[in-house]
Design a protein. Structure first.
Length: 268
């Protein structure tokens, strides 16, 4: 059985240690793998129902990765059987004028999960220690301050009942090229293509370095990072589903105890 230990980021971690093409969590044939993903999705729905019934804790799943790494696909597959009433997905784009007028964490704090809810962030506050770093908009001192502020922000969430699961979807440059080309070549997918993605692609190495530093600086005991080899889409989905279910099971979620006043009650 594959272990998550290798993929949990610590202070000595390097992104180059993980091959984006490896798939240690894939067992059996494709049909078996799809069946397991579906079974985990069904169990996730059951766990979300218990989380809602308990009404005390929350779960935040953070998905980060380069363009085409599969953040949308992860949401589509991992939460395919979950009631939309208990899951809230937020996609973080370039900040609006109103968002820029506030501190960079303002728009994130506004959409943290409520009690009993699973929140999924497609990109996140980590964009603010990636894009500004690569573009040279902030210096090293400001970057370090932001790392510390993010760690404090996440500690606040954890100390007020939020379980944070952070996944960096790791693909290689060739896989990104193939996926971008597929968007161009497929009329039904062209809406996904953004010419700006090509400019970001020219800065691939700089983004890998920025990720390396950000992952090490912000992987803490209360909110660790996991790097997900994501060249293989089924592996990506299965690994994240297993990780999320592992953490939910460890929470030992329980519905509230039965109300003695309801014993024997008959509805007429």
């Amino acid at each position: 059985m594959a272990s998550f230990k290798k993929y949990r980021v610590d202070s000595k971690f390097k992104l180059s240690q993980v091959d984006p093409g490896e798939s240690p969590f894939l067992d059996g044939n494709e049909a078996d793998q799809l069946a397991e993903i579906d079974a985990l999705a069904i169990e996730l729905d059951e766990m979300q129902n218990l989380l809602h019934a308990e009404g005390r804790r929350k779960v935040l799943l953070v998905l980060q990765g380069m363009d085409t790494s599969g953040k949308d696909g992860t949401v589509r597959w991992v939460f395919s059987r979950t009631s939309p009433l208990g899951v809230r997905v937020t996609a973080f784009k370039a900040p609006s004028d109103d968002e820029r007028a506030h501190d960079y964490l303002w728009r994130c704090h506004a959409v943290v999960p409520r009690s009993g809810e699973i929140a999924v962030w497609n990109r996140s506050h980590y964009e603010d220690v990636l894009v500004p770093v690569v573009e040279g908009w902030i210096d090293k001192a400001e970057t370090q301050r932001r790392y510390a502020q993010i760690n404090d922000f996440e500690r606040l969430l954890v100390e007020t009942g939020t379980v944070i699961v952070k996944c960096m979807l790791h693909i290689d440059k060739d896989t990104q090229r193939e996926r971008l080309q597929a968007r161009i070549d497929t009329p039904g997918k062209q809406w996904k293509f953004n010419v700006g993605d090509l400019e970001v692609r020219t800065k691939w190495s700089a983004y890998q370095q920025a990720y390396d530093k950000a992952l090490r600086a912000t992987s803490t005991e209360h909110a660790p990072w996991y790097v997900i080899p994501a060249n293989n889409k089924r592996h990506r989905n299965l690994m994240i589903a297993r990780l999320l279910m592992k953490i939910l099971r460890q929470m030992k979620l329980k519905a509230p105890p039965a109300d003695p006043a309801l014993k024997g009650m008959l509805i007429k």
